[in-house]
Design a protein around this ligand. Structure first.
Ligand SMILES: C[C@H](N)C(=O)N[C@H](CCC(=O)O)C(=O)O
Ligand SMILES: [Mg+2]
Length: 362
């Protein structure tokens, strides 16, 4: 099964409501789709998220990285040479993780088709059912309380609350949400780098004292501020999860060995795909550090690849795989089966896609 063609396109999907974090506001999902065709007529799909404020990846840089830099290095290669293909992708250029992730997942899709097995089974086959949280965007406290209540009414057991815009108001936000939904639902918070380390310790201790019962706090400080992250980890009870501070396996090794965070959030768009994400899982497992599998604003293409990784590895114990749940439409048939918070992986070869809609190929 040899790679004979590679195309890219743009997928656009409307959102149910604007997605707002301390870093950015998104009004429509707009990402790059990769389609790899083989001489046997098989097709593998991948997705690169356009998230310039986190990964630096833009529409232009993704197109250029995939079509000009990586495509010429992998065209003609046989899918059975998975390791060599991954090396070529990785060595084509530094960074550009989202472009690499899109290609990586398309290659894994084909690798599964080659072996007539779903990717999650080839990688470990730990589970075929995953329960995701849902994200509540950062807004005025009353609006966030309404959004959280709506999610709880739909059956979500874990709510991920975006904070980090103004630490005093963040406390109000959490109080309003707890008042609205009570204590039977799990709340995790994500500051998306919005606080200084001292501010983070102050507000998190206030949340602890107010008995708000926060499961974990994600990326309280700037991505580069590893000393600040460690300071927060050492000075609050709430477990700290490193997100934007961990892209590569090496980043994960540094954070874990320095005990700068309690947990690590793996995203294919930061790691450069499943191949590198597996290295993070193995390292984290060696050190007994549990991982979350997260996502950017991605459609069901990227999320299906993430779900297959989540299905494979037991060290991934927390799931923030809600991209498709935040979209107003699902133009992808096949792939992971999303039924609100319950995601099921079927026994189809590869990633199991049938049709990818809303996409215009260049
Ligand atoms: C969508 C997911 N639940 C999420 O919140 N991801 C963010 C980043 C998403 C983005 O800005 O595209 C995160 O965990 O920081
Ligand atoms: Mg995060």
């Amino acid at each position: 099964m040899k790679i004979c063609d590679m195309q890219i396109g743009k997928i656009n999907i409307p959102l149910k409501k604007p997605f707002k974090t301390a870093l950015r506001e998104v009004y429509e999902l707009e990402n790059v789709v990769v389609k790899i065709v083989t001489d046997t007529g098989n097709i593998g799909y991948g997705e690169a998220a356009i998230t310039p404020v986190i990964t630096g990846d833009t529409l232009g840089s993704i197109k250029w990285a995939i079509m000009d830099q990586i495509k010429p290095k992998v065209i003609g290669m046989d899918i059975e040479n998975l390791e060599e293909i991954m090396k070529r992708i990785d060595n084509s250029l530094v960074h550009n993780e989202s472009s690499k992730a899109a290609l990586d997942m398309a290659i894994y899709d084909l690798f599964g088709q080659l072996h007539d097995a779903p990717v999650f089974k080839l990688l470990g086959g730990f589970r075929n059912k995953i329960v995701t949280d849902i994200t509540v965007s950062v807004n005025e406290p009353e609006e966030m309380a309404r959004d959280a209540k709506e999610a709880v009414e739909k059956g979500y057991e874990t709510i991920k609350v975006k904070v980090g815009k103004d630490s005093k108001k963040d406390l109000e936000r959490l109080k309003a949400i707890r008042n609205a939904i009570g204590y039977s639902v799990n709340i995790r918070i994500d500051a998306n780098q919005g606080w200084t380390s001292k501010e983070a310790v102050k507000v998190l201790r206030m949340m602890e004292d107010a008995g708000l019962s926060i499961e974990l706090v994600e990326q309280p400080v700037k991505a580069y501020d590893i000393a600040g992250l460690k300071y927060v980890t050492e000075n609050v009870e709430i477990p700290v999860l490193a997100d934007e501070s961990v892209f590569s396996p090496l980043d994960a090794a540094n954070i874990i060995q320095n005990r700068a965070a309690d947990l690590v959030n793996i995203k294919l768009m930061k790691a450069g795909g499943i191949h590198n994400a597996l290295k993070i899982c193995n390292f984290a497992e060696t050190y007994g550090v549990q991982c979350m599998l997260g996502c950017m604003m991605e459609s069901k293409i990227g999320l299906t690849a993430a779900c297959h990784l989540a299905g494979a590895k037991s060290i991934i114990t927390k799931f923030d795989l809600d991209g498709p749940n935040l979209c107003a439409e699902d133009p992808i048939t096949g792939g992971a089966n999303y039924d609100e918070y319950t995601i099921t992986l079927e026994d189809k070869p590869g990633l199991g896609f049938e049709e990818i809609g809303n996409t215009i190929y260049y």
